[in-house]
Ligand binder design. Structure first.
Ligand code: CMC
Length: 428
């Protein structure tokens, strides 16, 4: 079998190499398309068929519901590894040994202190500011406080940026939350591990001694691991695209946070809870909302359903659904939205509209129910997703840098006016 793709246009044949990935995925390499055909480009809005890079980080098979990081199954990683272990794996390519993990953890802890002047930036936001906007702005502000760390050609400086960002990002997230709550800002405590530290910074208030809860910690760690990477999704592609201009890691990740915020992407976890609440308020008629989602004249979509890549169960959703029952039972939380969610899922999965379009629950469908049971306010759901996704964004940014990928710059098909003469104001 020859690895050549042939494209024929107006009687002429053009040959392009075909590349085959380690999991037998096939890609036609059209790098030379425009040059060899004298200007023909491909048109693929939303990049539904476009591979933007070669990557060794995550393998995803949407038809079979497979997700693996660096070859390891997500089911194993979520149940058996720690958050930082998976982060190390995703960023550097191999599971760390004890010494490597300790060093990574200590380097992150060492960098967790945030410059006091960042509080002045936080002060400028209104108390009602959405924490995703605050997180994005504070992350971008790190470029000003660590401007010496922007040499994107130096592996040493990249490592320093990585540990700095891993250390400070949860602090900034907790501060965004404190801004909404009107509570004092907490600092990281380097005697705690990454997840305990995050939870402490989120929940500790000066009037009450803080005591961690192992059930909450375990559930949070699993959720964050499940979110770590998902190959070239919208926010990750944003991070790679911004980074391709040789912008710093902090600037690139800040853009990723903004991309994640939208309700079609990470913001869906907030939108799901709001939708389930709306169904509850409306009397719990699940069918009514399913019919709304099917109605082409109604912009309403079933939030937490459907995925660009998964045309079968999202493996992360399966794990989260199982955990939701266990976590709610362990914490003694009775949340009626869980029952509504299950009923909604059951009904949608029997409905020909959802079956034919292969729309299944995605990672965001049940995650909000767990976040809420863990005491996380709704506006913070997408921030938690961002904390989980941070290692993936970093890994993808680093891979893009190490591969010396070219600046991202798509083409377009111009469909506007052809040349016309300027019309003076008096004649318009
Ligand atoms: N409810 C109702 N109809 C839907 C839904 C939905 N949730 N999702 C897709 N469809 C329909 C859509 O109307 C279209 O119908 P038709 O072919 O008749 O025009 C068809 O299914 C294909 O949808 P699409 O919008 O072309 O697919 P896409 O790959 O561009 O979009 C998606 C994927 C995730 C944005 C979309 O399914 C969606 O809007 N889902 C709801 C939001 C959501 O849950 N987002 C989280 C995604 S997973 C986590 C993450 O990325 O952060």
């Amino acid at each position: 079998m020859s690895n050549i793709g042939i494209f024929e246009f107006q009687g002429k044949k053009y040959e392009f190499p075909v590349e085959i990935g380690t999991e037998n995925e096939i890609a036609i390499d059209i790098k030379k398309l425009r040059g060899s055909t004298g200007g023909i480009i491909t048109l693929d809005p939303g990049f539904k068929n476009t591979g933007s890079c070669k990557s060794k980080i995550t393998f995803l098979n949407g038809e079979k519901g497979i997700l693996r990081h660096r070859g390891y199954a997500i089911e194993d990683l979520a149940k058996k590894a720690s958050f930082l272990e998976v982060a190390y794996l995703i960023i550097f390519g191999e599971l760390p040994n004890k010494k490597q993990l300790e060093k990574f953890e200590n380097d992150i802890k060492e960098k967790s202190l945030v410059d006091e002047e960042i509080k002045d930036i936080l002060d400028g936001f209104p108390r009602s500011a959405h924490p995703m906007g605050v997180l994005s702005a504070l992350t971008a502000s790190l470029t000003a406080f660590h401007s010496h760390l922007t040499d994107v050609h130096s592996e040493e400086e990249i490592y320093s940026s990585i540990t700095r960002l891993m250390g400070k990002f949860p602090v900034l997230a907790a501060w965004a939350h404190a801004k909404n709550e009107g509570t004092p800002l907490n600092y990281a405590d380097n005697s705690l591990d990454y997840i305990d530290n995050l939870l402490m910074m989120m929940y500790k208030i000066p009037t009450t001694p803080y005591k961690g809860n192992p059930v909450i910690k375990k559930a949070m760690e699993e959720l964050l691991i499940l979110h770590q990477d998902h190959e070239q999704n919208c926010s990750t592609s944003t991070v790679r695209l911004v980074g391709s201009s040789h912008a710093s890691l902090f600037a690139s990740i800040s853009a990723g946070v903004s991309a994640l915020w939208g309700p079609l992407h990470g913001g869906a976890n907030q939108a799901v809870i709001e939708m389930l609440e709306a169904i509850k308020e409306d009397g719990g008629d699940v069918e009514k909302f399913i019919n709304k989602a099917k109605d082409k004249n109604d912009p309403f979509r079933l939030m937490g359903f459907g995925h660009r890549v998964y045309k079968n169960f999202d493996p992360r959703a399966l794990i989260i659904k199982e955990s939701a029952d266990a976590v709610l039972a362990e914490l003694g939380v009775d949340d009626p939205t869980l029952e509504i969610a299950k009923h909604l899922e059951e009904t949608a999965l029997k409905d020909p509209y959802f079956v034919e379009k292969k729309l299944f629950p995605n990672v965001d469908f049940y995650s909000g129910i767990i976040y809420r049971a863990l005491g996380i306010p709704v506006e913070m759901f997408t921030v938690m997703f961002a904390i989980g996704r941070l290692p993936g964004w970093i890994a993808q940014w680093r891979e893009m840098r190490l591969n010396s990928e070219p600046i991202g710059r798509p083409r377009q098909l111009y469909i506007g006016e052809t040349k016309r003469d300027y019309v003076p104001m008096s004649k318009r």
